[in-house]
Design a protein around this ligand. Structure first.
Ligand SMILES: [Zn+2]
Length: 323
C-alpha cells in the first residue's frame, strides 16, 4: 500500500510537472488515491464504526476557494499555487486530524479549456500534504457550474469523488452537501431531491448514534449574517434556505462551514453557527488569504481564521474550552 501510494505520487508529480505551469491545457490529470476517498456517500479513510466513539479533543483545518486561475482570469495560477503551497506547509507542521477544502478548488469549470491544467496543479500541490492527514474536498459553483447538471457533477466526481457524503471523526458526524444544487436546482432537480432524502436519513442516524456534534460543510453559505436576510449571490435562496435551516436546527446541528464569499462572515440560526471562511486564493475583502482552525471539544467547538502569515506554530488542545 505504502509503495503503491509512493509510486502514484511520483507519477502524479512526474505527469504534472511542466516548466511553465501557467498554460498547458494538455497536462494529464492523474488522480491520486487521496482524491478518490469520497465514494458511496462516505469518506473511505475514516472507519465508520471506530470513529463513532469520542476519544479526545482534536482539531481540523477548514480551507476554501483555492480557486486556481482566479487572480489572472485563467491565464495562469502561480499565485494560487504559491498560496496553497504555503497552506500545505502549515498543514504538515500543525498535523490536523483532517483538512477540508470547501469548494471552488479551481476557477475554470469542467467545460472550460483551462480546467484540466488547474485540476492537475491542485492535485500536485495537495499531494504534498502528509499521507497520514486526510484531505476532504467539497464541490463549489466553479467546480460544477452555476447551474450544475448530471454531466458537470460527473466531471467533478472523476477528479475529486462524491459531491455529497458524510463521515464520522472521533464521535463527530460531518456532513458534506452539494450546495450548488441548493442554489440552482434547475439543471439537476433529481440530484437535489436525492440529496435531500439522503440528508434526512443522515441527520436521523447522527442523532440516533448520539453524535457529540453534527457539523455541516458546503461551498455556499446558507446566509452571511442573518438567517432571514434577502436572497443575493452569496447565499442560498430563502425558498430553499428556510426549510433547510428548520431541519438543521431541529437536528441540533452545531455549525455550518462554508466559503464562496472570499472573506469571513458569521451568523447564527438559533444555537447553530453559520461560519463563512475567507479564501486560500484571492481575497475580495479585508481578510487576507488564509484558513480556519477548528478545535473540537466534547461539549463545544472553537474556531479562528488565520492569515497565511499569521498562523501559530502549534495548536494547544489542553486549554479549557469555553462554555
Ligand atoms: Zn463560489
Amino acid at each position: 500500500m505504502r509503495f503503491s501510494q509512493t509510486a502514484i505520487l511520483f507519477f502524479v508529480t512526474f505527469a504534472t510537472c511542466v516548466p511553465n505551469a501557467s498554460g498547458a491545457d494538455e497536462i494529464p490529470v492523474v488522480v491520486d488515491e487521496r482524491f478518490t476517498q469520497a465514494e458511496n456517500r462516505t469518506f473511505k479513510t475514516f472507519d465508520p464504526q471506530l470513529e463513532q466513539t469520542w476519544k479526545h479533543p482534536f482539531f481540523f483545518m477548514q480551507l476554501a476557494d483555492t480557486q486556481y486561475g482566479m487572480f489572472t482570469g485563467n491565464k495562469g495560477f502561480e499565485k494560487e499555487a504559491a498560496l496553497t503551497q504555503q497552506a500545505v506547509e502549515h498543514i504538515n507542521r500543525l498535523r490536523p486530524r483532517f483538512v477540508i477544502v470547501c469548494g471552488d478548488l479551481t476557477n475554470a469549470e469542467p467545460k472550460h479549456a483551462r480546467y484540466r491544467a488547474q485540476v492537475a496543479q491542485y492535485h500536485q500541490d495537495f499531494s504534498k500534504v502528509d499521507s497520514e492527514i486526510p484531505l476532504v474536498c467539497v464541490c463549489g459553483n466553479h467546480d460544477i457550474g452555476n447551474r450544475p447538471t448530471p454531466k458537470s457533477i460527473a466531471s467533478y466526481q472523476e477528479n475529486f469523488g462524491d459531491d455529497y457524503f458524510s463521515f464520522w471523526v472521533n464521535g463527530v458526524c460531518n456532513i458534506v452537501l452539494n450546495s450548488s444544487v441548493l442554489k440552482d436546482p434547475t439543471g439537476a432537480p433529481d440530484v437535489l431531491a436525492a440529496q435531500q432524502t439522503w440528508l434526512d436519513q443522515q441527520l436521523r442516524d447522527a442523532q440516533d448514534a448520539k453524535a457529540k456534534h453534527i457539523l455541516l460543510f458546503q461551498h455556499h453559505p446558507l446566509f452571511l449574517a442573518k438567517e432571514d436576510e434577502p436572497d443575493q449571490y452569496f447565499n442560498i435562496p430563502l425558498e430553499r434556505r428556510t426549510s433547510l435551516l428548520d431541519q438543521l436546527k431541529q437536528a441540533e446541528v452545531r455549525a455550518v462551514f462554508a466559503g464562496h464569499y472570499h472573506r469571513n462572515a458569521y451568523g447564527r440560526a438559533g444555537a447553530m453557527e453559520m461560519i463563512t471562511t475567507g479564501p486560500v486564493g484571492r481575497p475580495l475583502g479585508k481578510d487576507p488569504s488564509g484558513f480556519r482552525i477548528v478545535t473540537v471539544h466534547e461539549k463545544n467547538i472553537q474556531h479562528k481564521y488565520y492569515g497565511m502569515d499569521d498562523v501559530p506554530e502549534k495548536i494547544d488542545l489542553t486549554k479549557p474550552a469555553k462554555p
